[in-house]
Design a protein around this ligand. Structure first.
Ligand code: RIB
Length: 299
């Protein structure tokens, strides 16, 4: 196993509308579509699409959405045998409104809340064989802390995409190898409104901040700031772009690419992913990313 993802699986109920409604407002939308989602499953799907071995750890309900989500991940080549189908809760869902190239998302975790320490202990031996473990924050926080701790003890690097963002413990920050918030999340996880470059320099080669159309930014070990622009993308739906970025970044870093190249690879994959409706529908293959990378110059 190369990369392990411990995280959420959701069915996304995606409504397209002329725009995102205001608070208290009713508007008429275009249509409702069901798309596989969940930040964990999306990142695993992105990795599998890029041709890298990935194993998904998480929970779904014993219901139709649960079956569909597992089958969907399996169909792209991800290992799904450790995903637990549970009786106690329904599969997680996300209510998504897409309008004017933007979105809003409300997640109801359901079975994702059962990704607890007991579950992790049943899969621990398998999990610790990974060369990188990825997590997000759609599963319970004690689980995230526990996985960080056991990975740290076993020298397995962790990439934490802190979304949805909460204030993070300093111990946990010390234990992870990579933290990948967007700009807004970066302020929340550190409870710090310092200039972005100061935050980056305090966490060189660890804190990678995504900035939407501006691309991604990181500080190297000398304090030099590396900023890699996003590609010009045809935007249909940005849902899952961050997950594609994380998945591709993990692929590139586990292959030993340097940070600058890895960011270019991840930005390119994320840029391609927004061309279709649904978090996973536009996620590119390795060949598609490499083809586009050829047309870009070094940062
Ligand atoms: O990052 C996008 C994802 O966030 C969606 O697929 C939705 O399920 C929520 O988890």
């Amino acid at each position: 196993m190369k990369i392990a993802v411990v995280g959420s699986l959701n069915m996304d109920l995606t409504v397209t509308a002329p725009r995102i409604p205001l608070k208290g407002e009713t508007i008429l939308g275009h249509e409702l579509q069901y798309h596989p989602g969940g930040k964990g499953a999306n990142q695993a799907f992105a990795i599998a699409r890029l041709g890298t071995d990935v194993t998904m750890f998480g929970c779904v309900g014993k219901d139709a959405f649960g079956n569909q989500l597992v089958d969907n991940l399996k169909s792209t080549g991800a290992e799904t045998k450790w995903i637990k189908q549970i009786d106690q809760a329904k599969t997680g869902i996300a209510l998504i409104t897409v309008g004017e190239h933007d979105n809003t998302i409300v997640v109801v975790p359901g079975a994702n809340s059962y990704v607890d320490i007991n579950y992790i202990n049943t899969v621990k031996d398998e999990l610790l064989q990974a060369s990188l473990v990825m997590m997000q924050l759609e599963i319970p926080s004690p689980t995230v802390q526990y996985v960080c701790q056991i990975c740290h003890e076993a020298n397995v690097p962790v990439m934490l995409n802190p979304a949805p963002a909460i204030l993070l413990d300093q111990d946990l920050i010390n234990q992870v190898s990579y933290l990948t918030p967007n700009e807004h999340e970066a302020q929340i996880i550190f409870n710090d409104t310092s200039a972005l470059e100061d935050l980056l320099r305090r966490h060189p080669e660890k804190l990678v901040v995504t900035r939407g159309a501006l691309g991604a930014i990181v500080a190297d070990n000398t304090g030099h700031i590396i900023s890699v622009p996003a590609i010009d993308a045809v935007v249909v739906d940005t849902t899952g772009a961050g997950d594609t970025f994380n998945g591709a970044l993990a692929v590139a870093l586990t292959e030993g690419q340097n940070m600058s190249k890895a960011l270019q690879f991840a930005n390119t994959a994320a840029g391609l992913s927004v061309s279709k409706l649904g978090a996973q529908s536009g996620m590119p293959t390795r060949a598609e990313v490499e083809e586009l990378l050829k047309t870009r110059s070094d940062p």
